[in-house]
Design a protein around this ligand. Structure first.
Ligand code: ASP
Length: 582
């Protein structure tokens, strides 16, 4: 038997017990006449003691020689510690060792296995198995397990059945690029890894499963933006005989359950905001509503004076930054530089200081008097002591720029509190999105999303005006879930493909299986998918999803530990009938 207790178990009440423990040597403190060893496993740390008085000489020497991360097994007696450590649960006791067995020595680890390690990102990723021994990563993985258990519990109790869908499927245009897998047995043909189980879960509804979920890997071969993973996990869900309201209620219930069970937080009903309102008020379809700084559109009060920059703009829009009227000229110049960075792209920024004495001082005093600026303050909700930041230009770009500035300022002002949770639904998304480059329309969500009732007709006359039965769940400025009520009628689905630029033949070749299935009594259905990695990170009060994934890929999509992707042998290529053209 390797152990009868873990390193996190022993307490004051165990004093005098004879115990066997196994674990890793975390630290050795050699005081000459006494040697302490911190023994670590997943459950905690237990202090071992060896000394000149009570330990055999050879044993004391052996303890002194122990290297970090050596795996050992010990037997000994639990005794009371002279100086207790209230910071750890086993801090009242130590184990006086009578027997020490080295199970496996360790070479020197490339970084310290401490909460604050000296290992940089790359090194930690290369030796991820050592990184996982550290509390921050270990605890994140345990936290993730807890969240997924709560998800499974909640959905199972609500009648959802977890069903697995295949990973080797057909390549279909679902938005991103597919990862492809060559088929050895079918020369020249390829499987694709699913971007999501979308069509399969719809077929499960046709199959009468009624309520489905799956915690499932999805694969998207996209250019990696910061903190995106080429493979990631969804909580994928679908329900039959539902309207949007039913889906929102069910998954609001799940989210409330998670906040309650994980953080003991009771949230009221989630606010709902239309996509148009979110864009107008926050310049963003995933607004962080933990703080104000709502947009105030200033066209009516700022245009038709002599300031040409504003007169020629489609949109003049500002936010009131709390307490920032005290910013120095230098600080404001820095803000202006910040919005002019290529990543943000603004041409400049107009500002108004709303002084404590009620007067205004702006960068455009030449064009606007105190009464004009008082109107700006009213519309942006500015109070004395605030700084009003105003951007102008084309509607979409200006909103995106001001949204970026709003988030940046909130970050700087400490308004994005990690332990505060502000969920909301964003609803009534546009069905289609115009690709400015090609001039063609894409499905904003995916091609299976249904338009709102009565809007089908608009598809021909005014495609961008058509709203979809689509919704996102947003938490603290992140989209954590998105879904829609689906099309379940073959003809409507065919019309949708036509509008998305598919010929009937292309639609049949790629999605014939789905449209065929719709002919056999497909129930009305809809669903949602949550991004589990991000959800867990946000619930854990952290930013980086990588810290919640056991073996993540780096920013270039590489696993630096196993060194993948990698080349393959010529014989493997031959078997797959592949010729490289490098
Ligand atoms: N399959 C969709 C996605 O991956 C989610 C859904 O519509 O349920 O975004």
């Amino acid at each position: 038997m390797f152990r009868n207790f873990t390193c996190g178990d022993l307490r004051h009440s165990d004093i005098n017990s004879e115990v066997t423990l196994s674990g890793w040597v975390h630290k050795v403190r050699d005081k000459g006449f006494v040697v302490w060893v911190d023994l670590r496993d997943r459950y905690g740390i237990t202090q071992l003691v060896f000394d000149e008085e009570r330990s055999d000489k050879a044993l004391l020497e052996k303890a002194r020689e122990l290297g970090r991360e050596t795996v050992i097994q010990i037997t000994g007696t639990v005794i009371e510690r002279a100086s207790k450590n209230p910071k750890i649960p086993t801090g009242d006791i130590e184990v006086l060792v009578s027997n020490l067995h080295i199970l496996n020595p360790s070479i020197l680890p490339p970084f310290t296995i401490e909460d604050d390690t000296d290992g940089g990102d790359d090194l930690r990723m290369k030796f991820r198995y050592l990184d996982i021994r550290r509390n921050p990563i270990k605890n994140n993985l345990i936290f993730r397990h807890k969240v997924t258990m709560e998800v499974r519990k909640y959905l199972s109790n609500d009648g959802f059945i977890e069903v697995e869908t295949p990973y080797l499927i057909k390549s279909t245009p679902e938005g991103a690029r597919d990862f492809l897998v060559p088929s050895r047995m079918n020369e020249g043909q390829f499987y694709a890894l699913p971007q999501s189980p979308q069509t399969f879960k719809q077929l499960l509804m046709v199959g009468g499963m009624d309520k489905y979920f799956q915690i499932v890997k999805c694969f998207r071969d996209e250019d990696l933006r910061a903190d995106r993973q080429p493979e990631f996990t969804q909580i994928d869900c679908e329900m039959a005989f539902v309207e949007q309201e039913d889906v929102l209620n069910t998954f609001e219930g799940l989210t409330k359950h998670l906040l309650k069970s994980i953080h003991n937080i009771d949230t009221g009903d989630f606010p709902r905001m239309t996509y148009d309102e979110a864009m107008r008020t926050y310049g963003n379809d995933k607004p962080d509503i933990r703080f104000g700084m709502e947009f105030g559109e200033l066209n009516s009060v700022a245009q038709h004076k002599d300031f040409n920059v504003f007169n020629s703009a489609e949109l003049v829009v500002g936010i009131a930054v709390p307490g920032a009227a005290s910013y120095t000229r230098k600080e404001i110049d820095q803000l202006i530089d910040w919005v002019k960075r290529p990543q943000v792209g603004a041409k400049g920024m107009v500002y108004v200081k709303y002084n404590e004495d009620g007067s205004f001082k702006s960068s455009v005093d030449k064009f606007y008097d105190q009464d004009d600026l008082a109107q700006w303050a009213k519309i942006t909700g500015a109070k004395t002591g605030d700084l009003i930041c105003v951007l102008s230009g084309n509607i979409n770009e200006t909103r995106a720029q001001l949204s970026a500035l709003r988030m940046e300022l909130a970050e700087r002002l400490g308004l994005r509190k990690p332990n505060e949770f502000a969920p909301l639904w964003v609803i009534d998304f546009p069905l289609l999105e115009l690709d400015e480059e090609t001039g063609t329309y894409h499905a904003m969500h995916h091609p299976f999303t249904s338009p709102k009732p009565g809007q089908m007709e608009l598809l021909d006359s005014d495609p961008s005006a058509v709203r979809a039965n689509a919704y996102d769940l947003v938490l603290n400025g992140n989209e954590i879930g998105g879904g829609s009520i689906r099309i379940h009628d073959k003809d409507i689905q065919a019309t949708m493909f036509k509008h998305l630029g598919f010929t009937p033949e292309e639609a049949k070749a790629q999605f014939g299986f789905l449209m065929d299935a719709f002919q056999y009594g497909a129930p009305p259905h809809g669903g949602i998918a949550f991004g589990l990695d991000r959800l867990v990170a946000i619930l854990g009060g952290q930013e980086t999803i990588r810290d919640f994934i056991a073996f993540p890929k780096n920013n270039s999509g590489r696993d630096v530990m196993i060194d993948a992707p990698a080349t393959i042998d010529q014989s493997q290529l031959d078997e797959l009938h592949l010729k490289l053209n490098l």
